[in-house]
Design a protein around this ligand. Structure first.
Ligand code: A2P
Length: 343
């Protein structure tokens, strides 16, 4: 099995390499691609330098391509890669709402990946983190309405987002002006209720992604989801306050017990010991932290929870690799000829 990463030099690309180092995915060859600016540079994989190539306009000689170079690159090139025989696991939003493209979180709807026609979409990071925590509750109690408020890290905007936080913080602490480039306003010491473009209904595209994608992944087109998405001055890991109205009443103890056994979830919920989800503890973790689980005052029998999940991992790189692992376990990726080795 020949594997390629497009966008290998980016924030998600970096995590893909780290996740692949620890993954059970069997592949014979790994090729790295980015923009022409990065051609010839090297990235380390399992202690070996691998050379980055400029992404070609045509097909890529790989069985599986993990694409993380943005929507316009995926839109233009993923169909070409598929024609060339590759399966594309795409991290961008380019194909997520296409009925022919499965949108997959292995813990929730892994089987949908088996029905692909060449492209499988990886969900939006905010959606993925919420879905891992809410899906087990939905299966048991049936979610009627889901209200989400987010606290999203700068790395959601890629490596340049983190860079802007660092540069602006340094400038502001030294009495200099902070020029906003990536975000609409200076991000240090601020919160910005604006992620992606505003839509006609007053919500942003990021907020609507959480609604559309949760409905598609859960297979529940009528599920009511409303989100307010906010950028905060952290480097990585998104947090979310989630309110759930449920068809069948839940108690916090039951929900905690259920989530303790749920895949991809770590219950971190002991307020008396000041134990709850935070970016500080969730960063670098594969599991999504869930805590502050309590009976909702807004909806009788409903729940309130707080989640923190490393959006570069479960919200992007990890989920993409888990999709490939799932397909390989199901015998749906072709047989690797030997264990991981590099050329
Ligand atoms: P490069 O580093 O050469 O610009 P991030 O989301 O962190 O900003 O990363 C985006 C990734 O997508 C980087 O690896 C970047 O490469 C890559 N990229 C950006 N534009 C293109 C392009 N036109 N073709 C291929 N890769 C691209």
């Amino acid at each position: 099995m020949r594997l390629a990463i497009v966008g290998a030099t980016g924030a998600v690309g970096h995590e893909l390499l780290r996740v692949l180092e620890k993954s059970s995915l069997q592949f014979d060859h790994l090729a790295l691609y980015a923009s022409p600016r990065s051609a010839g540079s090297t990235l380390m994989f399992k202690g070996e330098p691998l050379t980055v190539q400029a992404t070609p306009d045509g097909p890529i000689d790989a069985d599986v391509i993990l694409a993380s170079a943005g929507g316009s690159v995926s839109k233009a090139l993923a169909p070409v890669w598929v024609k060339g025989g590759a399966l594309v696991i795409d991290n961008s939003s380019a194909f997520r709402y296409d009925d022919a493209v499965p949108l997959v979180i292995p813990e929730v709807n892994g089987q949908a990946a088996l029905k692909h026609q060449g492209i499988i979409a990886n969900p939006n990071c905010t959606t993925a983190i919420a879905a891992v925590a809410v899906w087990p509750l939905h299966q048991r109690y049936g979610v009627k309405r889901m209200i989400v408020s987010t606290y999203q890290a700068t790395s959601g905007a890629g490596a340049k987002g983190m860079q802007e936080l660092e540069t602006q913080t340094h400038r502001l602490l030294h009495g200099q002006a902070a020029e906003a480039e990536v975000f609409a306003h200076p991000i240090p010491f601020n919160v910005i209720p604006h992620i992606d473009s505003f839509q006609d209904n007053g919500y942003t595209k990021e907020e609507m992604k959480v609604a559309w994608e949760t409905q598609k992944i859960f297979g529940e087109p009528d599920l009511v989801v409303s989100c307010t998405a906010v950028r905060i001055p952290t480097m990585r890991t998104h947090s979310e306050a989630i309110t759930l109205e449920l068809h069948h009443p839940a108690t916090p103890d039951e929900a905690r017990e259920l989530l303790r056994h749920a895949p991809g979830v770590e219950v971190r919920d002991d307020p008396a010991a000041q134990l709850y989800p935070m970016p500080l503890t969730a960063s670098g973790k594969y599991d999504v932290e869930v805590g502050r689980i309590r009976a909702s005052l807004a909806f009788e029998g409903g729940l309130e929870l707080f989640v923190s999940g490393d959006q570069l991992l479960k919200g992007a790189a990890l989920n993409a690799v888990q999709i490939a692992e799932y397909l390989q376990e199901q015998g749906a990726l072709g047989q690797p000829t030997r264990a991981t080795a590099l050329s």
